[in-house]
Design a protein around this ligand. Sequence first.
Ligand code: PHE
Ligand code: ZN
Length: 915
Amino acid sequence: MLQMIDDRETGPGAVVINRADYLAPAYWIDTVDLCFDLDPAKTRVLNKMTLRRNPDVPAQPLKLDGEELNLARVLVNGQGTSFKMEGSQLVLCDLPDAFELEIFTTTCPSKNTKLMGLYVSNDSFFTQCEAEGFRRITYFLDRPDVMASYSVTLRADKAKYPVLLSNGNLVAHGALEDGANGARHFAKWVDPHKKPSYLFALVAGQLVSREQRITSRAGKEHLLQVYVRPGDLDKTEHAMTSLMHSVAWDEARFGLKLDLERFMIVATSDFNMGAMENKGLNIFNTKYVLANQATATDVDFSNIESVVGHEYFHNWTGNRITCRDWFQLSLKEGLTVFRDQEFSQDLCAEASARAVKRIEDVRVLRTAQFPEDAGPMAHPVRPDSYIEISNFYTVTIYEKGAEVVRMMQTLVASINDPLGRDGFARGMTLYFERHDGQAVTCDDFAQAIADANPMSDLARLLPQFKRWYSQAGTPRVEALGAYDATARTYTLTLSQTCWPTPGQPVKEPFVIPVGLGLLGVDGQDLPLQLEGETSALAGTRTLVLTQDSESFTFVNLDAEPVPSILRGFTAPVVLEFDYTDAQLLHLLAHDSDPFNRWEAGQRLAVNSAVNAIKSIAVSADGTCANVLNDAYLGAMREVLRHPTLDSAFKDLVLTLPSETYLAEQLDVVDPQHIHAVREAMRQQLATALKADWEAAYAANHDTGAYTPDPESSGRRALAGMALTHLCLAARTSGDAVWPGKTLQRFKDAGNMTDRFNALAALVSSSHPLADQALALFHAMFKDEALVIDKWFSLQTSAPDRGGNILPAVKQLMKHADFSLKNPNRARSVISTFCQGNPAGFHRLDAAGYHFWCERVIELDALNPQVAARLARALDRWSKLAEPYRSNARQAITRVAARTDLSKDTLEVVTRALGQ
Ligand code: PHE
Ligand code: ZN
């Protein structure tokens, strides 16, 4: 059932879809035979399907989804038939129980700026069907629980579209009779696997490919291909290597083999998202494929590895077992993010590199997902309703969903399997035994993991554990410690609360695994023995909090320990413990858990920042007095000078919490004040540690021949960070040496990471040399779109000084290389500014909000998905101090007042105002 919401408020056709209203489809589609005559202005699509009535539901008309299609012909069993249109659906009545349906439509790919369905990019054809794009190609039951066998014939001009690809195996190809414009050809593809329509794909154009033949452990041959535009072949090696690693890893860790003769990746520069897991024919944003050392940074290399892995892992988690309905999206996304995170960690040679990856993942969760969970778009990992499903491809579904899967792994651990890896792998095996080839729910997944581990905490607590799927909001865990010197015991009391979220005023307690260690005065882990136990366990153990409040008493402790709570970030919660600075310094110096060691440094910085925001005034020029104390500076110096810690880890510890993260720690947010305080902290770190930054640069700047491995990328990151601080220090000292060296480094660099870091050091310290370097950089890379994106976003994310960034952004939008139609480019300028530069965006004069308002409206007419994401820049408006708050609300109201908004943007702004 669909529920209409008030027409005046949401425009016609904006209906709320509810999870509780799920009904099985009235018909099944067994086979689909598609024939495309590809033409940018008018592509003809002939769709022949075989259907049968679903005997499990009452007889009813067939209603097929369609959008922006020109319908030419409908035949049932070869005969003309009567049909009607209900909204955008094609409705057929009085059908036999089984029949053949033939539908002929046309579309105009060249005018498709939404990039959903069939579209043209750089004269090639691409498709994007998830979640509901297939209905823009042909009339269909466009829902993931309808799985069919596809065969696809592509016909096109041979010179313009030499490469014709679709899912599965190539079974025929050849010449056609000449068309009006010259020679034409065709290719026919058959997919051996049944699939939902959202996994359909086709590609046609002038492309070249890197190929690799591999033989599986079982002796099977497979062909791997990476297709790109001619000229980009020298940027495909890393994607191919990552793909080969992915194939090997899924087989080694989960016993999941490649089930296709041919696996293809195709890159396009016009793409709304990161990449798409179409069966056997993944389509990627170029950003996550193309890399060589001259054009891509270490971060790009590592993102490519994880996105290639992610899409490949979907071949099992998503494609072989798919979602029953879109409310189950995290069934495939949360699980697949968990898998790609584990993949990246398993590829690390060193334990310290694994820890760095974990910290990076948690940082994303806390800076992006926690705010989402506290704002107007908060939704459970399995949402209850939506207006536009595209709006629910969120950090909650992806990153929090991955944490929920990670907690399952933690909760199936046992003495012989302390991390739960074996238990979890057994659960995956059972999941595939039960559900391979099906469209299922998150319940089915959790049940399989629990059933495969009947003695586990997960099995014991499953119904309560599943509250992670149904309740939105980030739980807060408050911890209190009490040491009893006479009894030699330490009692840790853990209490949980979760604030209301839209539609969920009251929350029930969650199951929260809490990794715990206790540090002695010497910094060593103490043996942990709970009251009533006969022996102690060394190191970390997992407490499982299930009640509102629970106490755990540890015995045989000679002195008060320092607790290291939530080690490894075992649950997606906010941990509150009233640490003294001395305790945090102790953890920072000694904790055996790298995550909590890093976290101690972050807490110290957050405390200083929050105190300063409450007590220190900002002077008229936007600066403020010293924020950091000597103890903190001393600790940072020690980390920077540490003889054995990884450079990558040092880089993370020395990175101050972001302005967005700091804002989340406050009840009322003044973005200018936060910015001034954080900039003061950066400046202080730069000046006070100048000699140490020089030493760090000296020790890290030479990383030899370029390879993107964690060890040498960590050293490049730390060298870059040192340069930034040395240029910052030069601001106050007037020193010209380091900015000069930085410019030289920029010019001489042997790879993009070093070059870009040097450029960023000049830009982020607003040094006069920055303009020269920026101009040079543009000239060097004017033909490399992805590098030009970096050039734009570096400028739009630069630290605001006296309101200088918004005028620069407006100027950049007039640059010949700017385009609103290309999502990567539009995001590099507009989203980077509105979502990645709080102080530039939140201006006292509200000019940032005016800018946002205009861009959202402009973009919405072109590409609703990109617009709706930008619209979320003001999600947290109600936390802002005045006058930001009122001005922001006015801007949102102005967008919401438009009568021609897409349902994507409409849903976002309506929810924002609903707060
Ligand atoms: N399913 C894709 C992924 O996570 C993301 C995506 C969603 C891409 C919708 C395009 C459109 O891998
Ligand atoms: Zn995914």
